[in-house]
Design a binder for this molecule. Structure first.
Ligand code: ADP
Length: 547
């Protein structure tokens, strides 16, 4: 029997329309690339997005066209999200921290027909424009009087001028909710990047899931500042979650250093944020050095790589900021799990609660997980046995853009497809997932596995250590043994022996790294994660003293 309810497709344009109608005067504040602070609201943002959508269509943009962006977090970037997606196109956010050749490759692979960019990235656009003949226009997102000129870029179109050429009477079309709305490429640390192509339906459902109280828990009382870039898996969904719940948005633009962030947190009364662990190192260092407090900042999501327990404690115990550790990936839109306590945990001693909160957390409805061994047999949820982590759900990819890499799924006996995350994890009886490692990073010593994340977390909790990474290096007897690579805090003089002794009693003895190497810095990838591939290359000729 067919139900008798209204059949309204789940569309991202509905999210912005909802915000414009019901939270019209809620502010969107941006620190612009120009340096000033800009203020707008949902009502204005929706109207401008409609005009932009109309303008793009008048310029020839069609259903399914990819509109690229190379931009910081700001209101114009958000307008492109909604204009491109709302009109039936696809917003394709490109990570500007990649090498220009890789950016050109991605723009061509995606087949972008227009590309909007912030002025910071003009040199990149000049470098790639000649290699990207299919881009019909390059659109600097600046006021008219700042419009750049360049003889290297064939068709430069000013953003504001373009927007004004669109009509305010434009109406959002009713689209198929399964049509594509967003395209993000994985960082491609091995091989060429692959595109995850999101639908309206998957994006709306993901935003609903993300907004739930035990997930991000966003509300109309929040002021959200996404530190995570809008080019890193759509800022984890915040550009959709915030207008859905009516939260005020604060966009930091290009200034992600501790001082700029702190000032914006305070002046705009930010309550909520999200970002990868490395960005928080800068903010914590700044507030510590200057003996500052946060007056409104209450919660932050930290994910993208393992959040060191010492960072969780610093935020919570020193600054009263609740850390929500989260796990996800480009292929899961990205949110998969978030870590918050349940009723049964509330009477546990603090140390036990802390142990739970270090995990990557519990799924939100919409995502299912399992861990399997190499024969694809499920591993028990005892919090100890680890296996390859598989995920499924309506916001998980089933295939990559243009069929790249073939069918990525793993099928169970019932024929259900699961996405292999490439992570190794445990799940406890309460369903809390804990990442041991990425399968390509885990160290195999004498047939047993050693978690590099655990070893790194211990090193980072040492007061003299600013950052740490562990890689496996060849060993004649054990196959591989851990090498600890560290950056000292400025002025600290901790020795190899001190660090190795620091592991005593914290882990099984045979997990202790075989050696320590001190470096000036640890290579980071385009989304702020440690680039272990680069680190392994750096230490390719290194020989362990134990070998
Ligand atoms: P890429 O895979 O291209 O680096 P993603 O941003 O999609 O880009 O990265 C997803 C991966 O990041 C996950 O598969 C996992 O290995 C890692 N990751 C994400 N969040 C966490 C976390 N909280 N703890 C540990 N690893 C994480």
């Amino acid at each position: 029997m067919q139900a008798l309810m209204m059949d309204m497709p789940l569309l991202i344009s509905s999210i912005l329309q909802h915000a414009a109608r019901h939270f019209g005067d809620v502010e969107i504040v941006s620190r612009r690339t120009e340096g000033d602070i800009h203020r707008t609201d949902y009502k204005t943002l929706e109207r401008r997005s409609r005009r932009l959508a109309d303008a793009l269509q008048r310029r020839g943009a069609q259903n399914g066209d990819r509109i690229g962006t190379l931009a910081w977090n700001n209101y114009r970037h958000m307008e492109v999200y909604y204009a491109a997606g709302g009109m039936g196109g696809v917003v394709h956010t490109v990570n500007p921290r990649l090498h220009p050749d890789q950016i050109a490759w991605i723009v061509n692979h995606a087949g972008d027909s227009f590309l909007a960019f912030d002025l910071t990235f003009l040199p990149i656009i000049e470098a790639i424009a000649p290699q990207c003949p299919n881009v019909k226009a390059w659109i600097p997102m600046v006021d008219r009087d700042r419009q750049p000129t360049s003889d290297k870029i064939p068709n430069l179109l000013n953003y504001e001028e373009l927007l004004e050429s669109g009509s305010e009477d434009y109406r959002w079309p009713t689209l198929d909710e399964r049509s594509a709305v967003g395209l993000c490429y994985t960082s491609g640390t091995t091989g060429n990047p692959k595109g995850a192509l999101y639908s309206h339906r998957s994006s709306v459902l993901h935003a609903y899931g993300a907004a739930l109280p035990d997930a991000m828990g966003a509300s109309a009382r929040d002021t959200i500042l996404p530190v995570v870039p809008m080019f890193h898996v759509n800022a984890w969904g915040i550009p959709y979650v915030a207008p859905m719940v009516g939260a005020k948005l604060v966009f930091p633009g290009p200034s992600l250093d501790g001082k700029s962030l702190y000032e914006l947190f305070e002046s705009e009364k930010v309550t909520y944020s999200a970002g990868v662990p490395t960005v928080w190192l800068g903010l914590l260092q700044y507030v510590r050095e200057n003996k500052l407090r946060f007056s409104t900042f209450a919660r932050t999501v930290i994910g993208g790589s393992a959040c060191p327990p010492s960072m969780i404690r610093a935020f919570q115990d020193e600054y009263g900021v609740e850390v929500i550790h989260a796990w996800g990936m480009t292929e899961t839109s990205p949110l998969g799990t978030l870590c918050r306590l349940q009723a049964k945990h509330l009477d546990l001693p603090k140390e036990q609660q802390e142990k739970i909160l270090e995990k990557q957390g519990h799924v939100v409805f919409g995502i299912d997980l399992k861990i399997v061994d190499d024969d694809n047999q499920e591993v028990p949820w005892d919090g100890k046995s680890f296996g390859n982590l598989l995920a499924r759900g309506p916001w998980v990819v089933k295939e990559y853009f243009r069929g790249e890499g073939g069918d990525p799924l793993v099928y169970d006996e019932d024929g259900e497809g699961w996405f292999p995350t490439g992570d190794v994890a445990t799940i406890d009886p309460d369903g809390y997932m804990h990442i041991t490692d990425r399968s390509k990073d885990v160290i195999k010593s004498g047939g047993e596995w050693i978690s590099t994340i655990d070893l790194e977390n211990i090193a980072i909790s040492h007061p003299s250590i600013a950052n740490a990474a562990v890689i496996g290096v060849p060993h004649p007897k054990w196959d591989e043994r851990p090498l600890l690579v560290v950056v000292r805090e400025p002025g600290a003089d901790v020795s190899r022996e001190d660090l190795l002794a620091f592991y005593e009693g914290k882990i099984a003895k045979w997990w202790t790294p075989d050696d320590v190497q001190f470096v000036e810095s640890i290579p980071l990838g385009a989304t702020g994660k440690i680039l272990k591939t680069r680190l392994r290359e750096q230490f390719a000729d290194y020989k362990l003293p134990t070998a």
